[in-house]
Design a protein around this ligand. Structure first.
Ligand code: ADP
Length: 552
């Protein structure tokens, strides 16, 4: 808890919702600026579309999506064309309101004409997406996977994936969508928040039965059926890395605007929740990314009609405690300090104490003795590490550790091995060619000019064109201005933001347009790559020249 009037800064700030909570000038914050906006359904779909335009095969793990209302006619048109070319295609679509969660406002349709244009959808933009009709079933039920991913750093990119996750089950046996069953949410939507209200929901004390299980228990069952579980994991790892690569350009724009380079500021990390669906053929498909995944380790139980109590959920506890524990271990400032000096214990944690409180409440209500004992030990450990974290000297830390019957030699020694596995930069060489929009974003950020902004003004855009020497007799500066105005106006008409100017996506569109013009016959990613190289080279040359002039 951050006591009122505290003057000393913290090493780690653990915020409940967003980056913006206080003026923070140092340490590490568990949220990135702009993450919530970046993973919203529409923004995510746009970022994925850009990547699908560049690398269609690599990004085929995200269902084809259209943004409503602005792409309604495009959606109708494309579906009609696809149906004409393949009359046996009988698609289903899922409509999801932007910014919605927990299945709120979601519905399925068979025909584009069934989109509800009155009421909510008009006032609330949405994504309409191809529905995955043949999901992998277990016990005849549809389920999805929630995986926890730690984005430890944006620059350089560092990604960790939790070795275990959750599988959330539907509560009605699955049938492929028909007009008759489209509205049956317990059959089609895997959201815990919906299925909990079904009479068929099973709370289980075991991690491999019931309506919420560990993902590892699913893998075990798949493996016993002879499935290639190793390949599945490697596909999931690539899905996660590719998705984060799609999100980083936008995140970097927010980052430089909130924490300008060269000024004092904190660094950031964030735990993300990835929702993944497995198809019948074991292909992982991304459904969405959550910026604030629930870290609750208990659930509500109705003791008698209308009387509820929070009880511990062993499945949630198994997965989530490990994720939080390992995140704290990985961002532990002591690690860095231990490397250069001998232990100077100086960790302050600003952590919302709900985790500990809810654990205590849960333990008090436990009936199973063994489970109670296990959880008490866990609570003691958590308390111990929070306490260790607040010690200001090694002596104090030693004193604190004396509270435990068998005091560990170092905090790390008492902990199980890491459940978070590093996947980036470990596999960076396989994926770095996909980081093309990142390089376009770096050009964009370079010309933003005034710090604290996320949009490029007309002068900034002109300077970019001039410095990269992209205008010529076929592409005059007047044409540059027209390109800027056309694209910027269209993007701003779709946004509710007040700040005027060219946003990153608009710049990316303009950049692709320039690349197509310059390198006509190549595939898009080669056109963009060639133009990025030209721009980077010319800017580097200009920089060298300026250095020489400066010296002169
Ligand atoms: P929310 O944020 O409201 O939970 P999701 O995108 O996660 O929205 O969708 C809710 C549920 O709908 C998912 O958990 C999944 O069961 C189902 N779902 C979503 N998109 C698809 C899809 N394209 N194909 C099949 N099922 C889907």
């Amino acid at each position: 808890q951050f006591p009122l009037g505290r003057r000393l800064p913290c090493d780690i700030y653990w915020h409940g919702v967003s980056f913006h909570d206080n003026n923070i000038f140092s340490g590490q914050v568990n949220k990135f600026p702009g993450m919530t906006e970046t993973v919203r359904k529409i923004t995510l779909s746009r970022a994925m579309r850009t990547m699908q335009d560049l690398f269609p095969v690599e990004y085929n793990f995200y269902p084809r999506s259209w943004i409503l209302p602005e792409e309604l006619s495009l959606f109708v048109e494309e579906v009609r064309t696809m149906k004409d070319s393949n009359p046996s295609w009988k698609p289903t679509f899922i409509v999801k309101p932007d910014g919605g969660c927990q299945g709120d406002g979601i519905y399925l349709i068979k025909d584009p004409g069934d989109i509800r244009l009155t009421g909510s959808i008009q006032s609330r933009p949405a994504v309409v997406q191809e529905y995955i009709c043949k999901p992998l079933l277990m016990d005849k039920l549809k389920f999805d996977i929630r995986l926890y991913v730690l984005l430890k750093s944006l620059e350089p990119l560092e990604i960790y994936i939790a070795k275990d996750g959750l599988s959330r089950f539907c509560t009605e046996p699955y049938q492929e969508p028909t007009l008759k069953n489209l509205h049956q949410v317990f059959m089609h939507l895997t959201n815990y928040s919906l299925n909990i209200h079904s009479g068929n929901f099973i709370h289980s004390d075991s991690v491999n039965t019931g309506s919420k299980r560990t993902f590892s228990s699913i893998l075990c069952r798949l493996s016993s059926r002879g499935a290639d579980v190793k390949k599945l994991w490697s596909d999931i790892i690539s899905l996660v890395i590719k998705t984060i690569i799609a999100l980083t350009p936008e995140l970097k724009v927010y980052y430089q605007s909130d924490i300008p380079a060269g000024k004092p500021g904190p660094t950031c990390f964030q735990i993300l929740g990835f929702d993944i669906l497995l198809t019948k053929n074991l292909k992982p498909m991304l459904l969405e990314v959550n910026a604030n995944p629930s870290m609750r380790i208990e659930h509500e139980q109705e003791l008698s009609p209308g009387v509820f109590e929070n009880v511990p959920s062993p499945v949630d506890e198994e997965v989530k405690v490990a994720v939080i524990r390992d995140t704290l271990r990985l961002v532990d400032p002591q690690k860095k300090k231990r490397k250069d000096t001998h232990l100077s214990f100086h960790t302050y944690l600003l952590i919302f104490p709900t985790q500990l409180q809810s654990l205590h409440a849960g333990i008090a209500g436990m009936k199973d003795k063994q489970h109670k004992h296990h959880s008490l030990k866990l609570s003691l450990k958590l308390k111990f590490y929070l306490k260790l974290g607040s010690c200001q000297s090694l002596e104090q830390a030693r004193e604190a550790s004396g509270e435990l019957p068998a005091a560990p030699k170092s905090p790390e020694a008492a902990l199980p091995s890491l459940c978070l596995k590093q996947v980036f930069p470990k596999y960076a060489s396989e994926f770095s060619y996909l980081r093309l929009v990142d390089r376009v974003a770096a050009l964009f950020i370079r010309f933003l000019g005034v710090k604290g902004t996320t949009k490029l003004g007309p002068t900034g855009f002109r300077t970019f064109i001039r410095n990269c020497r992209l205008s010529n007799s076929n592409f005059s500066m007047a044409a540059v201005d027209i390109l800027y105005i056309d694209i910027t106006r269209r993007w701003n008409s779709m946004s509710i933001e007040k700040e005027s100017g060219m946003c990153l996506q608009a710049f990316v569109e303009a950049f692709f347009c320039l690349a197509r013009k310059k390198y006509k016959s190549l595939p898009l990613h080669e056109q963009v790559s060639a133009l990025v190289e030209v721009c980077e080279c010319r800017l580097a040359a200009l920089h060298r020249k300026r250095l020489v002039w400066g010296c002169g």
